[in-house]
Structure formats: structure tokens, C-alpha cells
Design a protein around this ligand. Structure first.
Ligand SMILES: [Fe+2]
Ligand SMILES: [Fe+2]
Length: 346
């Protein structure tokens, strides 16, 4: 029996003879056996922890026995409960399996069958504990996080590649927003959320015709009102999720062109009616747009960018967030440099 060297087995049986047989076989396989004469004693021992498997005689009182096994499933789901049953106990066994018992062994007991069942339950216990441990260490979520981020960036870029040649704007927006949110004192999870959510701010542009989206000349007011609809389209793409990151992405998509003084679009929200995430993205979107050339104009020099933006403090931009933005500008500049150097390593 592999992996059973340190396995502790709890045997609940009122017949000492059966317990002796079971423990004889299992200890020969390297298991450590602990005995309990009834359900109460077994519960106490279970609370001490460290058991992989519980072998219980099906003769424990049926009603309370079923409740007890169901309770073990809740509190000690990693412990595999194996019922020891006679051939006439078939129906009872099914009831126990229904409430969460892992398996059963039939009397008269067969050594190979017992060892095999117990070995399987030990393996299951080992896998469950290992998976709990990795979850605590955060490794799978880190891996899923990386996979998720990579997929999002590629899809967002696919949606925006008509007017974003490299996808760098998307990456910068994510990293800038995370940096500014952190400086504003956001908790780590929310910082992670905005780092992804901000990349989706313009996802609704997927629904805007090339003739308007890529126009180098000034748009007519009609064309501009079509372009403005990218906010609502983005919200429609992202809404209805119960995932906080996507809920934030929806708010950002809908509100990133709102202005602090209420003169923005698409709903004309003002001040704190605008979600904080969208107020952050609003500043950084303008900052990034002014810092880089557009089809209709070259980029502005660094100092000019700040001077132009300062005019929007308290009008376009939330003044409190704007002040923190000014403080973290050196960080944003190093992010910009880092994205430039890395190219687009999605
Ligand atoms: Fe936008
Ligand atoms: Fe943008």
C-alpha cells in the first residue's frame, strides 16, 4: 500500500474481534490504527485530527449513524468513511453512501478488499489535502490569474487592433490603473481587478464602424455621437457577470468618459456618482492619449501633458485622484518605459 506509511485509520466497532482483524491487516501495511467503541468516542477522536480514513461498522445506530456520517462529510470532508457491512445490509449501505460515505467492505472480510478500499481512501485523502494546500499557497490562482490575464489582453487587443497597432495602450492602461489604485490605498484584490478591468475600457469600440473609428479628420457631431456609444456597447458586452473584476470592467467601460463636473457621457454623471474605478481610468486614458501620437496629431512633450491636464482638475478629473496621479507620475513613466522595452509579450 503506497502512501499509507503515515496514514491514520480510525476504526469504529463495538466488536473487538473485527477491530483486531482490521487493524492487524492495516498495521501490516504500515497504517496506524486508533479504536473507538461508539460514535461519541469516534467523534472525539476525529476532532483531534490527522485521520485519513474512518472504518465504521454499519451496526452503529442507523438514524443517528446516517446523521453522523453526513456530519463527518461536512466537517472532515477529506476523511474517507468506509462502512463495514454484512451481505444483508445492502440497502443500509446505499443509504450511507448517499449521505457521503466513501465506500464499504463486505463481511466476511476479505484482506485484499479491505486493503484496496482503504488504500483508495488514503489516496483520495492525500489528493484532497494536497489540493487544499495549493489553494492556500495561492499557486493555482496565480496560474489561473496569469492565464486569465493573458487571454483577456489578447481578446481586448483583438477587439481594438484596428486603432491600436501594438496593444501597448491596453497594457499601459492596466498597469497604470493598478499603480494609481494602489497609491489611492485600494486593497490588493481590487488593485488586481482594476489592472485587468481597465484594459477593457474601450471594448465597445468593436461595434464602431471603421469610417468613424479611424477617421483622421474631425468627426461631425453625428459621427461623434456614434463614437460615444462605445461606452454603452462596452457595458452591454461586460454586464450581467457575478465576477467582481468584470463588474468593475463594466462600470469602467460605461463611465470612463464621464467628467467630474457632470459634462461627460454617456449618462452625464458627476463627482462620486461616477464609480471610482472609472474616475481613475478617465485620468489615465487622457494621460496616455496625450503622451502618444494619434492619427490626427503628434504626441505632446511630457511637461505639456501635465499642464494640459491640470486644467481639467475638478472639471474633467476628480481632484483628489488627480493629485495622487501627479504624485505617482514617475511610476507611470517607468511603467511606460517597461512596456516599450518589453514589446508586446502577451
Ligand atoms: Fe473610450
Ligand atoms: Fe483608451
Amino acid at each position: 500500500m503506497t502512501e499509507s506509511q503515515a496514514a491514520r485509520i480510525l476504526i469504529v466497532d463495538s466488536e473487538p474481534q473485527t477491530s483486531m482483524i482490521l487493524s492487524g491487516w492495516l498495521e501490516a501495511e504500515g497504517c496506524e490504527c486508533v479504536f473507538a467503541g461508539d460514535v461519541d468516542e469516534a467523534s472525539e477522536r476525529l476532532e483531534q485530527g490527522g485521520f485519513s480514513v474512518l472504518l465504521a461498522d454499519i451496526a452503529i445506530p442507523e438514524k443517528s449513524g446516517l446523521e453522523w456520517v453526513a456530519k463527518i462529510k461536512e466537517g472532515h470532508s477529506d476523511v474517507g468513511v468506509i462502512m463495514v457491512a454484512g451481505a444483508e445490509d445492502r440497502k443500509k449501505v446505499i443509504e450511507f453512501l448517499k449521505v457521503g460515505a466513501y465506500g464499504f467492505v463486505a463481511k466476511p472480510l476479505d484482506q485484499d478488499e479491505v486493503i484496496l478500499q482503504v488504500a483508495n481512501a488514503i489516496e483520495r485523502n492525500r489528493l484532497l489535502l494536497a489540493s487544499q494546500q495549493v489553494q492556500t499557497n495561492g499557486q493555482p490562482s496565480v496560474q489561473i490569474g496569469r492565464r486569465e490575464e493573458n487571454t483577456i489582453l489578447r481578446l481586448v487587443w483583438a477587439a481594438e487592433c484596428r486603432d491600436e497597432a501594438t496593444g501597448d495602450h491596453i497594457r499601459r492602461m492596466g498597469l497604470y490603473s493598478g499603480g494609481l489604485a494602489e497609491a489611492l490605498g485600494w486593497d490588493q484584490q481590487s488593485v488586481e481587478n482594476i489592472r485587468l478591468a481597465a484594459t477593457m475600457h474601450d471594448i465597445g469600440k468593436i461595434g464602431i464602424a471603421d469610417g468613424i473609428l479611424l477617421r483622421a479628420e474631425r468627426l461631425t457631431s453625428e459621427e461623434f455621437s456614434v463614437l460615444k456609444r462605445h461606452t454603452e456597447m462596452g457595458a452591454r458586452i461586460l454586464e450581467g457577470s457575478d465576477i467582481p473584476m468584470l463588474q468593475m470592467a463594466r462600470d469602467i467601460a460605461l463611465c470612463h468618459h464621464e467628467r467630474w463636473d457632470g459634462s461627460g457621457y454617456s449618462q452625464g454623471l458627476a463627482a462620486e456618482e461616477i464609480p471610482e474605478s472609472a474616475r481613475i481610468v478617465a485620468i489615465l486614458d487622457v494621460y496616455d492619449a496625450l503622451s502618444h501620437p494619434r492619427v490626427y496629431r503628434p504626441s505632446h512633450p511630457k511637461d505639456e501633458v501635465t499642464a494640459i491636464m491640470e486644467d481639467g482638475r475638478g472639471k474633467h478629473f476628480d481632484p483628489r485622484i488627480f493629485d495622487v496621479f501627479l504624485e505617482v507620475k514617475p511610476i507611470l513613466q517607468s511603467i511606460r518605459k517597461q512596456v516599450e522595452e518589453e514589446g508586446t509579450p502577451f
